[in-house]
Write a protein that binds this ligand. Structure first.
Ligand code: GLN
Length: 454
């Protein structure tokens, strides 16, 4: 049967199920709304109440504290989001619910009051929790267990995330900073609305994916009652350590939307050859820009590296990613030193920092999720996926706390401190590689799908 005469959910485009592109555009717009709003978040909170584009007039510390809580809860809400999908609605309907909550939440932020700001954030937290973890799992569900196209599917999906993450801070950031914060938030709402339209329209391509599965089957029961084997117990130990690495990674990385965003606004000379001033929020798109442009090169590097027979376990890549990301903070320390002596610092420090952060992300982030799925005992599969997102959330909370600490300790000290401490953490993990790999009992060498579906 050729692709056109097949039922919609079996149709393919450019070698992948059409459903992949539905999920791609839905997530692209969801991330557009998330990163568009996030780019404005702290800048809006600290903007003077008397300015023509008024904010709440908060201190940096107060803004970073709320930023930490908000970005933590956005990801921790993946746990109830995953539970709703597993037990009540299935992933597909939970994503739909999440999309609706996000449209409402972002639209509420377009209104101008402190109360509506909190209510809008609350809806967004619930919405991301329902949408983000479940749409990612649905990508895996588009492919049969042994389908080799799965990794490429995730790669395409990740590009969608970052196209949204690239465009949003430019569009929402420009409008938000230069015209009205609330118009910027409103644009994020329009983006999410477009995503929801794509998702509703694309349901016919997603017939076989993300449906509620009854887990009362005999196989399921047997699985849950069985005790963990010693090998599985060892793997859980490595798993816990990798969660710690994930928390630490994002705790440093996620300075981006908080402390580094405020740094761009308050201390960076953003004058572009005397032609115009670049809005601070635009720097929030640099990470996604580098992801889209460098992902293939970093992937190809690791492939070549592995083919030469060199160390290429996931833990190694996570540790290397940690060190490279940490080095990026060296540039931020240099920027702070320049600010302390000149009263402003150059834009290229921020760009260099984001470049290193992105290369670190490209080494660590794609492997960490698949590593976790390989190590997780089947009976904990859903819980572990929820914990993975929650770990990202805790990282975001710590990021907020570190940002707050910088208000008293000074930015140079914090940026230099992250560069040093996080590099040391990466090197310690590299030094402990052998025993850690032993505890995985070859989980990386076997077929991913024999444990759980990503
Ligand atoms: N940029 C990626 C996304 O939005 C990763 C975010 C994260 O895990 N903190 O999906």
């Amino acid at each position: 049967m050729n692709s056109i005469t097949r039922p919609a959910h079996e149709r393919e485009l450019w070698g992948h199920p059409v459903g992949l592109y539905v999920l791609f555009f839905t997530e692209m717009w969801e991330r557009f709304s998330y990163y568009g709003m996030r780019a404005l978040f702290t800048l809006f909170l600290v903007a003077e109440t008397t300015s023509s584009n008024a904010g709440f007039g908060w201190t940096n510390g107060e803004a970073l504290a709320l930023y930490g809580w908000y970005t933590m809860l956005v990801y921790v809400s993946s746990i109830p989001g995953g539970w709703i999908a597993d037990r009540l609605l299935g992933q597909k309907k939970t994503v739909m619910l999440g999309g609706a909550l996000l449209c409402i939440g972002h639209a509420i932020l377009a209104l101008n009051s402190e109360m509506t700001f909190y209510i809008g954030c609350f809806f967004i937290i619930l919405g991301v929790g329902c949408l983000k973890p479940n749409i990612s799992s649905m990508v895996g569900g588009l492919y049969k267990p042994k389908d080799e196209r799965r990794d490429l599917g995730f790669y395409v999906f990740y590009m969608g995330i970052n196209i949204g993450g690239f465009l949003a801070p430019i569009v929402c950031g420009y409008v938000g900073e230069n015209i009205s914060w609330h118009y910027g938030f409103g644009l994020a709402a329009i983006g999410m609305f477009l995503g929801q339209i794509v998702y509703v329209w694309g349901q016919k391509y997603l017939k076989n994916v993300g449906n509620l599965i009854s887990n009362k089957s005999a196989e399921g029961k047997e699985l849950l009652e069985r005790k963990l084997s010693p090998i599985e117990k060892d793997r859980v130990k490595v798993l816990l350590l990798s969660f710690l690495l994930i928390i630490l990674f994002w705790a440093a990385f996620e300075q981006a939307g908080g402390l580094m965003n405020l740094y761009a606004e308050q201390k960076t000379d953003r004058n572009f050859f005397d032609l115009f001033v670049i809005p601070a929020s635009v720097f929030q798109s640099v990470n996604s820009f580098f992801i889209v442009t460098l992902a293939t090169a970093v992937g190809a590097f690791w492939l070549k590296w592995g083919k030469k027979g060199k160390e290429s376990s996931s833990i190694f890549k996570m540790a290397v990613g940690m060190v490279i990301m940490a080095l990026g903070f060296g540039f931020m320390a240099a920027a702070s030193a320049e600010y302390d002596s000149n009263g402003s610092s150059a834009m290229y420090w921020l760009i260099l920092a984001y470049l290193f952060h992105t290369v670190g992300e490209l080494c660590a982030s794609p492997v960490s999720l698949s590593f976790i799925t390989k190590l997780a005992p089947l009976k904990y599969a859903s819980i572990i996926m929820g914990l993975y997102w929650a770990a990202t959330g805790f990282g975001n909370k710590i990021a907020g706390l570190i940002g707050e600490a910088a208000q008293d300790m000074g930015e140079f000290e914090i940026f230099a401190g992250i560069a040093v401490v996080w590099s040391i953490i990466g090197f310690i993990v590299i030094a402990m590689l052998k025993p850690l790999k032993r505890l995985t009992h070859g989980a990386e060498d076997m077929d991913v799908t024999s444990t759980i579906e990503s």
